[in-house]
Design a protein around this ligand. Sequence first.
Ligand code: PMP
Length: 461
Amino acid sequence: MIPTRSTQAWQAADAAHFLHPFTDFKALGAKGARIIERADNIWLWDSEGQQILDAMSGLWCVNVGYGQTALIDAATEQLRQLPFYNAFFQTATPPAIALAEALAAIAPPGFQHVFFAGSGSEGNDTVVRMVRRYWDLQGQPQRQHIISRWNGYHGSTMAGASLGGMSYMHAQGGLPIPGISHIQQPYWWDHGRAQGLSREDFGLVAARWLEDEIQRLGPENVAAFIGEPVQGAGGVIVPPASYWPEIQRIADRHGILVVADEVICGFGRTGNWWGSQTQGFRPDLMTFAKGVTSGYIPLGGVMVGERVATALIEQGGEFEHGYTYSGHPVACAVGLANLKLIQELKLVEHVREDVGPYLAEQFARLKDHPLVGDAETCGLMGALLLVKDRVRGTAFAPEQGVGMVCRGHCFGNGLIMRAVGDRMIIAPPLVITRAQIEELVHRIRRALDLTLADLHGRGWL
Ligand code: PMP
């Protein structure tokens, strides 16, 4: 156990030594980080003893909730038995084999193979190398180009950040890498509402932006299209139901591979095992991470469908790619225990039939709040759009940072909700109950009321 220290002592050591991800180091150093010390179920406790409802499942990952002994025991036993061995030199470990087999069993038809990585970013780097290798093996080496979307998130490595459509990330480090371009996201509020399109009509328009980009590049040069079934880090952007089926039709027409980044949507988040099932498309590859171990230990990878697997295996030769921790035995043992627990607790059905629809109902009620312009959910992902004028749908000025103001009121009131611009988003653990959803929505409403009063006080309304 790590000896306890005061909050101030942790903050001082943190500022002195720990460079946090996606953080303005100087600003955080001046303020001091919040120190999270323990957790149980959907609750966190910080070093000041405040109990916080974790409506973000850590970082979209703690699907089974905190404190699950089955996962803890699996890790402990595997650490004793065999803490590490690699899978490079014609060796394998039982947990890696058993998890690959278990993943194939829960995957859509045609997915029989898994390539393991340590994270979602590494999974997407694998995707880039794998699809380009696939087309080389098909005798079409010019098919190198991958299309993704603005405001998509695919990780923070060079390829992951390049696939992602966050321009502020591209601005640091000379990204994107060559052979990647982006089309506009299927966000009706920003790109379809003002044009007077219904959501469903807009879904078709947005999907056809893929056709335009394919024509611009020449179909013979396009390797793959990648997207999150529901964009997570971009602000929980739920595409119109018409979007993904049309994307599938376009990709099929040109023989282009479809990659679903299931890092957030996988493992029950949207009410099916995979978000692509909820959104009605059949990817060739699926990136996964986060929920595969419920975040208890790092693990990611790629589910490889028949089309690509057959080429790699039958025509193959060596695939020159892999990580020290590809198939890490402890991570895979935790993954296995996690999948078993999701099945035992029937969490996928729980989301699809019970708490998912209940959250949708509760979120719809929040639309009566003066700050809420739109509320949408998909399974246990949800977003509230904060607007200045609900009737006209007028946005706040971005520099006012109204989402961050609201986030401050959430934190102050024992609720972790994330702000993406003025979209307030949640993705609570899948074990959440109806009563806990009521508590969550109660806390959200309180934070919205405090934000409203705060904005009036600032003269912003
Ligand atoms: N893809 C998606 C859809 C994600 O949400 C994330 C992480 N939020 C990643 C990839 C990257 O995963 P990691 O942070 O594990 O590298």
